[in-house]
Design a protein around this ligand. Structure first.
Ligand SMILES: Cc1ncc(COP(=O)(O)O)c(C=O)c1O
Length: 515
């Protein structure tokens, strides 16, 4: 059965799946006497029976110019019943559902003033379990959570309970891991331009040390008084560009990280002479990608490299660290990463490349940050003011000091007005913070429901690289962090800064600050 709907440059349809079990559907595109080849559209987390959101993105290769799109229509293949969206339903499909209700947010706000970052314990745990399940085929699999994404001990403790270690990049992050009882090989130390103090701490904790450069072999030898660790990891930079099919994902040749293949072979030879017996290989070649092929493609490059390095040096490759980079669907119309597919893709490459070489004891490590936490964090803020000039502005009590990504990268973060989840998005606002910077905007010309002063808004997907990138410009004090626990209760897991915190680094001076 098929139904037709008008389609726009990027549109989402709600499909009632009747029988198929697949990860993608074919969507036929037709209109104005023109039939286009069917598009294969990925379905987030697989296509199971029931209502699913399916995103169809138009590109120039589809033979339709964006300006012409309104003339075209879509229909889905057999077995899938597409409902024709009304205006309200189109709004619905463009929305993300917050994990907190207005009532709960109000209850929290009575004790902890906005703005605050809120984390969803149940979501964090379920997602960590899905990752473990996706890589369960690999005996040594381990996720080392990238502490830089969400450096809060309560979050690290939850992830530790779910079997994750910590990936640390600095002395302070090492201290955080240690405070949670994560030490030894439960820590991966992936840093660059590493200070002596940081390297020494990682060595003393017995962490896996990931060397960013071949010259760091001598540096490490000096730090550890000639007694190098039994296992050392080396960070790889293949140079050139990293692409998936015809799409360039990133340019490793422009990146400051890692070493060349020849340098890696040299580092292995030297480390072997010093006493290292086992080696890890690490690379991070593309950031925030929801292309399910990223990890499998990266894995196949690293598996082939492992075989070549093993053949060239005789080294035992103990693990391959695929690092971070798996992205999240910040935009509601974006496909989400499908971790089950990603795990299966890496397994296929493992079996094709490593197993025939007798290298099937190689453990797979990841050091994901964004994928583990971003969707499970909200920045909750209150609307302080509205102003009406050449545009409509809504001003929040949160600002870029609480969430820097929109100001820094122009990153999209979805916004929901609590209590108005189902309202029509018939107003257009710039949603701003109060910094003396015009880029302090969480959203620019965003369609939202009518907003009133005092409304509570949720800025979505702030659980990773959110609070942690915060800063104190304009003397703005950093917000609190709150955990929404699996049983529905909540806990303050970091208090908001006070003026005393802001002035604390003047504690050696004669100045005294009123609070
Ligand atoms: C070395 C390293 N590992 C892991 C991560 C985590 O990346 P993501 O949060 O994109 O998964 C980063 C992010 O900057 C990184 O630099």
């Amino acid at each position: 059965m098929t139904n037709r709907l008008i389609w726009h440059k990027m549109t989402c349809i709600t499909a009632e799946v009747a029988e198929s079990k697949s990860t993608s559907i074919g969507v036929a595109i037709a209109g104005e006497g023109k039939e286009l080849p069917p598009k294969v559209c990925p379905v987030p987390n697989g296509l199971f029976l029931g209502l699913r959101r399916i995103c169809v993105e138009l590109s120039s290769t589809d033979g339709v110019l964006p300006g012409q799109t309104d003339a075209f229509s879509l229909c889905c293949c057999t077995g899938i019943f597409c409902t024709l969206p009304t205006k309200e339903e189109r709004m619905f499909t463009m929305k993300k559902t917050p994990f907190v209700t207005l009532e709960k947010a109000m209850e929290i706000k009575q004790q902890i003033p906005t703005p605050f970052h809120l984390y969803d314990e149940a979501g964090i745990r379920a997602n960590a379990q899905a990752l473990q399940a996706a890589f369960a085929w690999n005996k040594g699999f381990r996720e080392y959570f990238a502490v830089k994404a969400t450096p809060n001990p309560y979050i690290l403790k939850i992830l530790k309970e779910e079997g994750c270690g910590c990936d640390c990049a600095s002395y302070t992050e090492l201290l955080l891991a240690e405070a949670v009882g994560v030490t030894g090989h439960d820590v991966m130390f992936s840093s660059n331009v590493t200070p002596e103090k940081d390297m020494r701490k990682a060595y003393e904790m017995g962490a896996y040390i990931n060397l960013d450069d071949a010259t760091h072999v001598d540096f490490l030898e000096r730090i550890c008084g000639g007694k190098v660790p039994e296992t050392v990891c080396l960070r790889y930079n293949p140079g050139g560009s990293f692409s998936l099919g015809n799409t360039i994902m990133d340019m490793p040749r422009d990146a400051k990280y890692g070493m060349t293949e020849d340098q890696m072979a040299g580092a292995i030879n030297r480390l072997q002479k010093l006493g290292t017996k086992h080696f890890g290989i690490h690379a991070f070649l593309a950031s925030n990608t929801t292309a399910n092929e990223y990890y499998p493609e990266l894995a196949s490059q690293l598996f082939r490299l492992a075989v070549r390095l093993h053949n060239a040096t005789g080294a035992h490759i103990a693990f391959i660290n695929l690092s971070g980079g798996i992205g999240v669907d910040y935009r509601p119309e974006q496909p989400a990463s499908n971790i089950a597919l990603i795990g299966a893709g890496v397994r296929d490459r493992y079996q094709q490349i490593l197993t025939p070489q007798g290298m099937d004891d190689v453990a797979i490590f990841t050091e994901l940050g964004r994928f583990m936490l971003a969707p499970f964090g909200h920045l909750v803020a209150t609307v302080l003011h509205q102003k009406h000039i050449y545009r409509e502005y809504v001003g929040l009590d949160a600002c870029a000091a609480d969430l820097m990504r929109p100001a820094m990268y122009g990153a999209y973060h979805h916004i929901t007005v609590l209590g108005k989840e189902d309202a029509i998005l018939d107003h257009v606002y710039d949603v701003t913070g109060g910094l003396c910077e015009n880029n302090d905007k969480f959203a620019i010309e965003r369609s939202l429901p009518a907003i009133d002063v005092g409304d509570l808004v949720v800025i979505h997907d702030t659980g990773a690289h959110g609070y942690s990138m915060g800063y104190n410009y304009n003397g703005k004090l950093r917000s609190a962090e709150v955990l929404l626990k699996s049983d529905g209760s909540f806990q303050l897991i970091r208090r908001a800064e006070t003026p005393r915190d802001y002035f604390a680094t003047f504690d050696f001076t004669d100045f005294h600050f009123a609070e």
